[in-house]
Design a binder for this molecule. Structure first.
Ligand SMILES: Nc1ccn([C@@H]2O[C@H](COP(=O)(O)OP(=O)(O)OP(=O)(O)O)[C@@H](O)[C@H]2O)c(=O)n1
Ligand SMILES: C[C@](O)(CO)[C@H](O)COP(=O)(O)O
Length: 228
């Protein structure tokens, strides 16, 4: 029978947030952003454990309250890029997680993942031979800029999706894909794509936003408040 694990890369520095420290520890609706990101997996019975991958020199973890997260396990093996952090995490859990177990990789910077979207991902991929990701169809007209900030071209948006997380793959396949792809890929799916496979898209929406810029905090806070 398939087993399911969550893995949260949380070793980023939050350069674009420019908050004076890693953004995963910023307060949102009374908890840290990281707490909320991990909380989504707490409520899903299928998930056995939630691994959080911190930077080796993280000095903030111990300063916060992680109550309510019984499935949590902490790893201190984050790398210089998101891909490196995920691969280090996959290697660290290889003794506990089997090659054909599912791993759901979820950004610590996505604190608003709902139970509905998580269930949709788990249900949509249960029998999938490759795995896949939550993603939202692009709604805006897309422009490519030139170096001076003027429009160079309008890019057709048909069949374009914005990739989100969780990204769900079997441990063995994902580790192999990331080893093959190197540390530059910005998500797990692109590493799997580079092996010639086609991950499935499971439709999500903008409620599962990534908190990247300071202005995203207010939206995330509102979404979390609405859910309570
Ligand atoms: N070396 C890294 C870089 C990023 N991440 C994680 O990957 C997720 C998505 O990254 P992003 O939103 O880019 O976060 P930061 O890297 O912190 O932000 P920035 O790029 O603005 O510095 C976050 O949970 C972040 O902590 C990570 O674990 N290890
Ligand atoms: C994984 C991701 O959230 C999918 O949209 C995104 O690629 C992370 O990108 P970042 O540059 O690390 O923020």
């Amino acid at each position: 029978m398939s087993r399911y694990f969550a893995l949260l890369p949380a070793a980023g520095v939050g350069a674009r947030m420019a908050a004076g420290g890693p953004k995963q520890y910023l307060a949102l609706a009374g908890r840290t952003m990281l707490w909320h990101a991990a909380r989504a997996f707490e409520a899903a019975p299928a998930i056995l454990r939630t691994y959080v991958v911190l930077a080796p020199d993280d000095d903030q973890w111990g300063r916060h309250d992680w109550q309510g997260l019984a499935k949590l396990a902490v790893l201190r093996c984050g790398g210089a890029t998101r891909a490196e952090t995920v691969l280090n995490g996959l290697r660290a859990i290889a003794g506990e997680v089997a090659g054909d177990d599912w791993v759901l990789v979820h950004d610590a910077a996505r604190p608003c993942l709902s139970a509905e979207l998580l269930e949709r991902l788990l249900g949509g991929l249960a029998d999938d031979p490759v795995g896949g990701i939550l993603a939202a169809p692009v709604a805006d007209t897309l422009k490519r800029a030139d170096a001076g900030g003027r429009i160079e071209a309008t890019v057709p948006r048909e069949r374009l999706w914005g990739a989100q997380t969780p990204q769900m793959f079997r441990h063995g396949l994902l580790a192999r894909a990331l080893e093959h792809a190197g540390t530059g890929v910005t998500d797990e799916a692109s590493a799997v794509e580079a092996l010639g496979l086609a991950p499935r898209l499971v439709e999500s929406d903008m409620s599962n936003l990534k908190v990247t810029w300071p202005r995203d905090l207010e939206v995330a806070e509102w979404l979390l408040g609405r859910r309570r």
